[in-house]
Design a protein around this ligand. Structure first.
Ligand code: NAP
Length: 309
């Protein structure tokens, strides 16, 4: 019997308490999923970084921590965690992110605010350019960024992407490494941030980086709040260097009522809903990793502690 500890909030437990055991059984695993296993009997920990479990040292026989979230910035530096940490790669999460990014890119590309929300009796002539004439750049070409890049390229957008290591994605111009960033930014009429938050990406979008964008660029941030230096973005919005920012992730969440982003006319705040782990497909991803662990196969999506993602 494999003992799987579920260490996440009450709400998550309600979502997973039935579907995760079913996925474990479907993977051929005889597993007991519980929130109450004694630490010394636990084989795997299904984990959300906002759970009360912060000291992993009593879990002496556990083989891996399987994160329910794609982002690991709140757990990767935990010194008590000595076993592999696997981040969430979930087809449903990716699908949702592609839909959010595509929808918000199309909003700005088509001028939806002026032409649909306006309805103010002003006849604004002029069709938007074709997608093939609109340059979109995506910072981060991992599970989510690569899928968004491919989807936008399939809609004919001129897509460029930036990552740590070299990539090849059909229809996407790719670049990698810090030296290539200014040029990628310079080609971004619409910029999408899908980087993890790490020491290397914290405040990546500072005043200097914002200055590389073309005048009037639009920023979409479904990544993490800490990627942006907030004061620099607010200043760039005020000068018109950045025409609009649609922000889904913030340094403090929920975004406090008095935060200047709420009131800024050129900012759209969405409440960290760009995407979410979907219990059905995420349970299958967790079950597959446990199956691999039991079969002696390498785990999928193991976090590199040195890179912090
Ligand atoms: P991922 O697969 O780990 O991809 C991360 C990408 O960022 C990779 O392409 C990586 O390059 C690149 N990267 C990392 N550090 C870099 C650096 N210093 N310079 C250049 N490129 C760098 O992650 P993911 O699954 O796509 O998720 C990305 C982030 O989205 C998560 O970390 C999370 O913060 C956020 N997220 C948000 C929501 C939401 O609802 N708002 C939902 C899920 C996830 P390499 O490929 O070369 O390693």
């Amino acid at each position: 019997m494999i003992r799987v500890l579920f260490a996440a909030t009450d709400g998550r437990w309600e979502e997973y308490r039935t579907v995760l055991p079913a996925a474990l059984a479907a993977a051929g695993l005889e597993a007991d999923l519980s929130r109450d296993h004694a630490p010394e009997v636990v084989d795997y920990i299904v984990y959300a970084p906002n759970s009360p479990l912060q000291d992993f040292s009593p879990y002496t026989r556990a083989k891996a921590v399987l994160n329910l979230w794609a982002g690991v910035e709140d757990v990767v530096g935990n010194d008590t965690l000595k076993i592999p940490l696997c981040r969430m790669v979930d087809a449903g999460l990716t699908e949702g992110m592609v839909e959010w990014v595509t929808g918000h890119v199309l909003r700005h590309h088509l001028g939806t605010d002026a032409h649909v929300l306006g309805q103010d009796g002003v006849w604004r002539a002029g069709a938007p350019p074709l997608a093939r004439d609109r340059r979109v750049a995506i910072l981060g070409l991992g599970e989510l960024g690569a899928a968004c890049a491919a989807a936008l390229a399939a809609l004919n957008f001129r897509v460029s992407g930036w990552s740590n290591s070299a990539k090849a994605i059909a229809g996407v111009e790719t670049a990698h490494g810090a030296a290539a960033l200014p040029q990628v930014l310079a080609g971004a009429e619409i910029l999408v941030l899908l980087l993890p938050l790490t020491p290397a990406t914290e405040c990546l979008l500072d005043a200097a980086a914002l200055g590389h964008l073309p005048q009037g660029a639009v920023i979409l941030n479904p990544g993490r709040g800490g990627l942006i230096e907030d004061a620099a973005l607010l200043a760039a919005l005020d000068t018109g260097q950045v025409a609009h920012a649609t922000l889904d992730a913030f340094r403090v969440e929920p975004l406090p009522p008095g935060d200047p982003y709420w009131a800024h006319p050129q900012v759209t705040v969405t409440p960290h809903i760009a995407s979410a782990t979907r219990p059905g497909s995420a349970s299958r991803a967790i079950a597959e990793n446990i199956r691999r662990g039991e079969a002696g196969e390498p785990f999928l999506h193991v976090v590199d502690r040195a890179r912090a993602y």
